[in-house]
Design a protein around this ligand. Structure first.
Ligand SMILES: NC(=O)c1ccc[n+]([C@@H]2O[C@H](COP(=O)([O-])OP(=O)(O)OC[C@H]3O[C@@H](n4cnc5c(N)ncnc54)[C@H](O)[C@@H]3O)[C@@H](O)[C@H]2O)c1
Length: 260
């Protein structure tokens, strides 16, 4: 597949979601001086099955060489092309509260081609403050920060009840890609992409799997001397029994004891 085909081939959404992980693993391999990598080794580094990895990469027209594997640099370039990482993207963050401050200060965007160019908020307590080298501006200044012809991604870190209004303003100003942290569904025109980040849902999914593991291991355990929990053991009971005593385990951090 040549560069002209990037953006024109259909790549399944699940594959797209794994591409950043492949890219990160390939960067690490390149930094370690590796020139080629087998599908098994790359799949191992990412934590997926090698068949799935080969299928994912076949969507990009990359099949590797039998007995050699994939050329690390070439595959890195190819995935970076598909992820639009060979151009730089402007990012504006709206809502400079707890989350917005953390996002504005995150150092990992620039190395992946994302440049934070504007911070916006409507709160008098924060407008004018300089956060990570950028002044926080009112949303009315949005048009002066967005540059025609330069793709800009809008990041929403405002309370859910304000997210739609802010999203509408971003879209009206020409933003066609929105990353939404607010726990609400946004309505946007068909030519606007919205991705939602929801850490609470991710925690719920982990809790779901942990709970199922607990139920299965309880069911599979040999009969204990004490009365065995049955399949009807209540979820709260399992959750309580699995919860460690506060402070009993966990890493020793130099901020332990800090009240956050
Ligand atoms: N997706 C996740 O995993 C995740 C994690 C944490 C928080 N959140 C969500 O992110 C959002 C922000 O959380 P937070 O803890 O930073 O809240 P926060 O209250 O600390 O900050 C919100 C900021 O948005 C600003 N704001 C409110 N209305 C605005 C408007 N109309 N225009 C511009 N700015 C406006 C406020 O002035 C404030 O500075 C919330 O919706 C929260 O639920 C999501």
């Amino acid at each position: 597949m040549d560069e002209d085909e990037v953006g024109t081939v259909d790549v399944p959404e699940a594959t797209v979601a794994r591409l950043p992980q492949y890219l990160r693993a390939l960067s690490t391999l390149a930094e370690a001086g590796l020139r080629t990598v087998s599908s098994e080794a790359l799949a191992d580094a990412v934590g997926v099955g090698s068949a799935k990895l080969r299928k994912d990469l076949s969507h990009l027209g990359s099949y590797g060489t039998r007995g050699v594997g994939y050329d690390v640099e070439q595959l890195h370039r190819q995935i970076a092309d598909h992820l639009g990482q060979t151009t730089s993207w402007n990012v504006v963050i709206v809502g400079i509260g707890n989350l917005g401050h953390a996002l504005a200060g995150y150092g990992g965007f620039a190395s992946r081609g994302f440049r934070v160019v504007g911070l916006f908020d409507d709160g008098a307590h924060v407008v004018g403050e300089v956060v990570s080298g950028l002044p926080v501006r009112p949303l009315d200044d949005l048009p002066s920060v967005l540059r025609p012809g330069e793709p800009t991604i809008g990041v929403l870190a405002v309370p859910a009840e304000h997210a739609q209004v802010v999203c509408d303003r971003l879209v009206a100003a020409g933003v066609t890609s929105v990353l939404n942290f607010a726990p609400t569904v946004l309505r946007v025109p068909a030519d606007v992409d919205v991705r939602k980040v929801d850490l609470a849902s991710e925690l719920q999914i982990l809790a779901f799997h942990a709970q199922r593991r607990a139920v299965r291991s309880t069911a599979a355990a040999p009969a204990p001397t004490a009365p065995a929990p049955t399949a009807t053991t209540s979820v709260p009971a399992l959750q309580r029994s699995r919860r460690p005593a506060l402070g009993a385990t966990g890493p020793v951090l130099d901020r332990v004891g800090e009240v956050v």
